[in-house]
Design a binder for this molecule. Sequence first.
Ligand code: C2E
Ligand code: CA
Ligand code: CA
Length: 641
Amino acid sequence: MFDYSFVFGVGLSSFLICMVNLIYTFIQGRTDKTHNRIFITLYILLAVNAITEFVSSIYANDTTLSDEAQMVVQVCKYIYFATHTVLCPLFFYYVSNISFASTRLSNIKMIIISIPLFITELMALTNPLTNFVWSFGDNGVYSREWGLTLIYIAAAIYYIMAIVVLVDSWKVISGKRKGALIFFVVIVAAGVVIQLLDKSLHVEVLTEVLGLSGVMMSVENEDERLYPRTRFYNREAIILDLGGCLRHNRKLSILMIHINNYDMISRLVESGETNVIIDMISGYLTSVVKRYYVYVPEKATVVITLYDEMGEKADELAEEILKRFDEAWEYKDYSIQLNATVMVADVPSQIKSTSELIYMLESHNRELKGKRLYRDDDLSFIMRRQAIEEAISRGFSENSYEVYYQPTYNLDGSLHGAEALIRMNDKELGKLYPDEFIPVAERSGLIDDIDDFVLEEVCKFIKTGVPARYGVGNINVNLSVQQCMRPGFIEDVTSIVEKYGVKKKCINFEITESIAAGDYEIFGRIISSLKKAGFMFSMDDYGTGYSNVSSVFSLDFDIIKIDKSILWGAEKNELGMTILENTIRMIQQMKRKILVEGVETLEQVRLLERLKVDYLQGYYFSRPIPKNDFVKLISIEKARK
Ligand code: C2E
Ligand code: CA
Ligand code: CA
């Protein structure tokens, strides 16, 4: 005969685990989001299941039950089935909620989905009248009836729907959450199977309780998504949550607050670990919205998600927040004025992808034009950027790219070389200039292919022998920082050039001053390896960065290209002239060759002749032109001589 103390033990343990986990959840304060509430309801139902199971097992050994005991067992069974029937539907709802899939469920769909639940629940509730699900025979012996099969089938339906939602939302659920949900699905299935094989074991509730413990430890425990102290969500959380909303077409507004003078103020007030500025505004923000709508994706940026306050309401909130920023913030003895920019974007009409969100988060560096509130058309740059990114991706398959050449000249007017400059002609966006698409390509990682393409085109061109025939000794190729930094860059570049059998001294790489200033040590190493291999090097845009002069000149450049702004500045006033003259004099003393860019007029040519620079480049001679035009131009110049 089966030992019923086992069932008692299983029931009691299940109950105790439920209680411990419930108490823990309450202590942690994880009780305010919808999925927290569903989770707690699940646990309460399981606790009730566990109690009824172990209470009824107390009497299981009695063959002759008293009327009272019989009553207790019957009530327990009743409560057990009434509550157990709800578990699987609730788990389905839980999974839908975490993955944001529930937003796709209209009221009608919700009602249709609930039909199996209604029917089976009704069967369980009316069982004392119908005995459809279970019955107690004349001798008080409990037996399962055909209705129970229906309850299992309904449960299986919800269970499978939950799995479908899980698979469907796979990409927008974080790794840890996935693990916990799979664990739950597997362990519950195991429990059901074991129970079916041996009805006397009663492990179903225990496996469900254990599965939920896993869910509690990972899904309900949001430590990875939260900053421990402020309990605001981090960058990963906003990206995953937005991904979930987009996946399931949930509409919302994203309100971003960026503190423009963050660095300056934080230097004044920060004290090591604590983020004083976020602390100051967090108190205010939690008085405006619920804490779990607030994210801090970057140190100076706060994002609020507004699920039910689209359009005008979001605008009103933005105005209200900006008004608060008109006033000072008090911190200890300081009274601090924070300068904030606010953006309000609607999902999915303005933000259609997580990469657009990331772009918006980082936009304060570039696109912003001094406004305080960005809304509607102000945000078109986000869409433009997305369109450009798409154009870049399709660029190679659609032959949108073309390399143009701009000649450079010696001071005596003879041809010296050329700079290769990329152009793009997209079927939708038309002509695009590198100033616009190169930064996009750099951020989205598409720059490598572009830079390789330019180098290959230049090599093919040199290989034809045409440039050398007309006096173009080498061609300049621009390098972007991403390209130089990528592993294997030196090998890649060398192999491309060797593939075409081009002499390395025919390629002159350009690196802009600001890039070189990023990390002298790394660039110094890259440059000296490439120079050792035989390549030439130019420093581009000299005079635009704020680099340390002695560090810049510690790098082994053949030519320094003075930026056009320095040349143009010389025509504006005395000071500009002094800067140009001294810049040139200093570079000459450093024994480097000088090229001046942006030469547009004869006066500028005369000025630079007087200052004895080495090479000139600019519209005065020629704009960047397609290869065929460039060949024509250099052949005419050769003939003229
Ligand atoms: P950059 O390297 O400083 O290139 C010189 C830019 O100045 C070119 O603009 C050129 O058309 C322009 N320019 C030349 N002479 C004059 C002049 O007399 N007056 C005026 N107003 N402008 C002049 P472009 O071709 O639009 O290129 C812009 C930037 O895009 C380049 O600046 C370079 O940083 C980047 N870029 C261009 N092609 C490539 C490439 O193949 N790879 C990479 N990584 N960057 C590129
Ligand atoms: Ca350049
Ligand atoms: Ca330049």
